[in-house]
Design a protein around this ligand. Structure first.
Ligand code: PGA
Length: 251
């Protein structure tokens, strides 16, 4: 199995640059297993500064949290994938549920953003996940599959090498409520089965699928132990260096 283990921190709209530098440097200087890739998804304003501060540590790489689907143009306030590539940021998160909810990002728009990111040479952490209502109705697996099929429709097997999937049940994000390891495994296995159908076994086996939603030092180990969980996308707990380092060391 060649897929990577990944601990990704999603800082969302938190930290001043001064706080961000201290946080990133503390995380970068901590010890970690050599087979775990650490990714920090930080605000746009922090990217170049943090890149300089942590470049000595190849184990920690940076991500943006979003990008626009067009290369350039009259889109006040937006940042394009090309711009991120021009400052050599390797990753971007796309499709986070907060973007879907507050900025009305549809599966189709996300397909366009995915294409833009790949054209620019970025790797993508692509998020999916269901709301509580959808889960209660028993439609969670189908919902997540639809999100992925509609957004990955133009993506080739070769391009899947640039994509990491993050399953984040909306009801578990920032709520303190975590999917059980069994619930995470069920969804991850179904995502992997779907990738196998779309792209074949090799792509399915090599795609990292992260779990996100109230991952903490106290629950990371049992979630990451599941066969189809290849790491986590961590919000709140990634803002505390000690807690996040424990998560990184939970594989
Ligand atoms: P959380 O956020 O860990 O604070 O629940 C996860 C995410 O939104 O990526």
């Amino acid at each position: 199995m060649a897929r990577k283990f990944i601990a990704a921190g999603n800082w969302k709209m938190h930290t001043s640059i001064q706080e961000g530098v201290v946080l990133a440097e503390t995380i970068a200087s901590g010890s970690r297993p050599s087979n775990v890739q650490t990714i920090l998804a930080v605000p746009f304003t922090h990217l170049t500064t943090l890149q300089k501060k942590i470049k000595a540590s190849s184990k920690v790489i940076l991500a943006a949290q979003n990008c626009h689907h067009k290369e350039s143009g009259a889109f006040t306030g937006e940042v394009s994938a090309q711009m991120l590539a021009s400052i050599k940021i390797p990753y971007v998160i796309l499709g986070h549920s907060e973007r879907r909810e507050y900025f009305h990002e549809s599966n189709q728009l996300l397909a366009d953003k995915l294409r833009a990111a790949l054209v620019a040479g970025l790797k993508v952490i692509f998020c999916c996940g269901e709301t509580l209502d959808i889960r209660k109705a028993g439609n969670h697996v189908k919902h997540v599959q639809t999100q992925l099929v509609e957004s990955l429709s133009g993506i080739t097997a070769a391009e899947m090498k640039q994509i990491v999937i993050a399953y984040e049940p909306v009801w578990a994000i920032g709520t303190g409520e975590t999917a059980s390891p069994e619930q995470a495994q069920e969804m991850h296995a179904s995502i992997r089965a779907m990738l196998q159908k779309m792209y074949g076994k090799r792509v399915a086996d090599n795609t990292s699928i992260l779990y996100g939603g109230s991952v903490k030092a106290s629950n990371a180990r049992e979630i990451f132990a599941k066969a189809d969980v290849d790491g986590g996308l961590v919000g709140g707990a990634s803002l505390q260096a000690g807690e996040f380092l424990q998560i990184i060391n939970s594989f």
